[in-house]
Design a protein around this ligand. Structure first.
Ligand code: ADP
Ligand code: MG
Length: 349
């Protein structure tokens, strides 16, 4: 069992604020993602949990116990690093066995753990191969198996599948979710791929310049982003954010934007139809048919918007169309980029 918590943890490298007053609690058995752009502090958080770095201030707790000065070995946490780093001169089996051999575990236990990890990761048939003979996905699974045999209290994974091609990434993230569920362990996972974060995470933290901007389930954060930064960062195409003053061009019948600086419209919440002289007019600037859906770029007055439409609608560049959005789907943001709640905005209908 492992619950992992930060209380106001700060870590600097010289003048760089790598982790800025971070607080969170990852529950036992939770699949928790840190999601943020490069250099936002994700890897530093993992190194702090592992014990490779010490915080400048704040507390790191594992199962309620303060571990700020506890050595990595005594924390019993396994890490899968970004560069998988298998030993090239060892077979897959020897790689997976290595952490237990290193500790002098009895052979019977090593064999049993190897068999168990191999079954969970479906690598039984490649255990005799050398890393150079394995595909990227196979190497990935061997590296995870090597972390799994240790039976640690928690796993940390630092963008472990970013090197794989798109199809394999999709396959592997489904596998990871299954393994975590079956192994019943806390898993803290770092990624810069939003689809990956949203598909695997029970809960996630959105990072920006060392700070955690929001924590919640993927659905909570997607539906109720706390700031314009989070709103833009999660969702593809990204949320349309426009000055409230221009909102009337898009949202017919809604009022009460006065209290907000900006409004946000998810591309999938926009409706585009043939222009029939009613509603708000927009001109089609780009059409990107992507098979199951189509991304349409529109100019409504001075405002450029992107709409995500199902299927392949018959929409041409330069056509004039009618643009609508359900007022109930509109997001509101204040002067500091913070989300405002409908109740704070009195006049909204
Ligand atoms: P991420 O994993 O999100 O890309 P990192 O945690 O690696 O971000 O880095 C956060 C910030 O800390 C960056 O500005 C990075 O340059 C800096 N940083 C990370 N590790 C070191 C280090 N060992 N020495 C100096 N600066 C570092
Ligand atoms: Mg990193």
């Amino acid at each position: 069992m492992a619950e992992i918590a930060f209380r106001n943890v700060t870590k600097r490298y010289g003048k760089v604020l790598a982790v800025d007053d971070a607080s969170f609690t990852v529950a036992d058995n939770e699949f928790f993602c840190f999601f943020g752009p490069p250099l936002s502090g994700k890897s530093t958080i993992l190194r702090l949990i592992l014990g490779l770095e010490r915080p400048d201030s704040g507390e790191i707790l594992i199962d309620g116990r303060l571990v700020n000065t506890v050595s990595p070995a005594a924390r019993n946490i396994a890490m899968v690093f970004q560069n998988l780093a298998l030993f090239p001169h060892m077979t897959a089996a020897q790689n997976v066995r290595f952490p237990l051999v290193e500790r002098g575990a009895p052979e019977a236990q090593i064999a049993a753990r190897l068999a168990d990890a191999a079954a969970k990761l479906h690598i039984g048939h490649i255990l005799h191969k050398m890393p150079a003979q394995l595909s990227g996905g196979e190497r990935q699974r061997v590296a995870i198996a090597r972390a799994l045999v240790r039976d640690p209290a928690a796993y940390l994974m630092d963008d472990p599948i970013s090197a794989l091609d798109a199809r394999l990434r999709e396959e592997t993230r489904v596998e990871l979710k299954r393994i975590q569920r079956e192994a019943g362990r806390t898993l803290i996972y770092v990624t810069h791929d939003q689809e990956e974060a949203m598909s695997v995470a029970d809960r996630m933290a959105i990072m920006e310049r060392g700070a955690i901007r929001q924590i919640g389930t993927p659905a909570e954060i997607y539906d109720h982003p706390a700031t314009t930064y989070v709103a833009r960062f999660l969702g593809a195409p990204e949320m349309n954010i426009l000055p409230a003053a221009e909102a009337a061009q898009v949202i017919a019948g809604a009022q009460g934007f006065e209290g907000s600086r900006d409004i946000g419209l998810r591309p999938e919440d926009l409706r585009v139809s043939d222009w029939a002289g009613e509603g708000r007019a927009a001109v089609v600037a780009e059409v990107e048919p992507l098979g199951g859906y189509t991304v349409v770029t529109l100019d409504a007055g001075q405002t450029r918007l992107r709409a995500l439409l199902r299927g392949q609608p018959d929409i041409r560049v330069a056509a004039q169309v009618a643009l609508r959005c359900d007022p109930a789907r509109v997001h509101f943001f204040g002067a500091g980029g913070e989300a405002l709640h409908r109740n704070d905005l009195g006049g909204l209908k």
